[in-house]
Write a protein of this length. Sequence first.
Length: 409
Amino acid sequence: MDAERVIAAAQSVETPVAAVDVAAMESNLAAMQDRAAGLRLRLRPHAKTHKSAFVARRQLEHGATGLTAATLTEAELFADAGADDLLIAFPPVGEIRLRRLAALAERVGRLAVSLDSVKAAAALPERVEVLWEVDSGHHRIGTAPGDATVAGVTALVAAIGEERFRGLLTFPGHAYAVANRAELARVAAAEHRVMLETAAQLRAAGIAVRELSVGSTPTSSWTEAGPTEMRPGSYVYGDAQQVVLGAMSLEECALGVVATVVSTPAPDRAVIDAGSKALAADARLSLLRGYGIVVGHQDLVLERMSEEHGMLVATGAQTRLRIGDRLLVIPAHCCTTVNLHPAVLMVEAGTAWWDPVAARGWQAAGAGTPPAGQASGMVTPPAAQASGGASLARPSAIHLRDLRPSGGG
Ligand SMILES: Cc1ncc(COP(=O)(O)O)c(C=O)c1O
């Protein structure tokens, strides 16, 4: 990331502001596409990282076979952006989700969900395929590899038919809890081993397994031939977690939050205007000191955050910062940081423009925006009724000045 360019581009903008170095992002997109091609894997990026129609289109233009989403709101936006092959890696439980899923299934060529329950699968619309989730060690969703998964998939196939069972999926989220690279390599190896062994067991039982979907950004460096597709998400922007895990370099990070020093209460402490409402506070990693990396200031640790304040502490005697200085912070976690901002500033040579983080939240586009919502019989929550609904305006409807001279984005 070209920190100087990003800070300069944000000069006329209020801080804190999330900004993306488009050249670095493009290079990350190309590198992951090459990695997948080298392994003969299809790339299905997890697009929850950016929640952006523009970035989704760039991933597809780079050669992604399709996209992964976590929410219906994301999947609907990506379908609008032209994605015709979507995977929702989250169990679509509940009548409202199922209704939206059925409508989405009519709009795209291929649609699948991942889940670990036959009951949830039996309620799915006909056109939706299923990836059965295997727990390769993260202990979130999924059945244990081996016999438990074989039993689950056997019951699934009996309930929905073999044609709609696409294959197995796992997410190795425990990769973020490792203490070193050797452990990371072991997590990645185990992820692929349990998937291949369980698929072999299913095939021996006469069940076709067409897809083995794996991946995360940190384990993508270790992926071997065998799976059919991988789903890294964070690679598009990178973050401090990827840097300390050795999965990406600081230079490869494309997203930063530009912040201003607003107080220097002690020689070894300064306060910036980016707290937990601008920077992710869910740092998943023990290896990471603080809530991000301050570019060009290796001696500063973002030690604490309250909502609007970020407390920087110098490892030496002095921060050498002055009130008004602007800094670029690479957040600990890019996905949750982006979700805090209605739009990110896309910075290119000589230009900068706003890209809406349009798929934030869980409601369908336009929900809660009266009077149209009320007219169509939708429920408007009390807060919106009291304020005339302005508080529920969709992020994409927030008017942001386009800094780009003509078109684009
Ligand atoms: C199901 C699933 N797949 C893929 C990913 C992408 O992982 P990463 O952001 O580490 O690349 C995630 C991220 O949380 C996920 O939940």
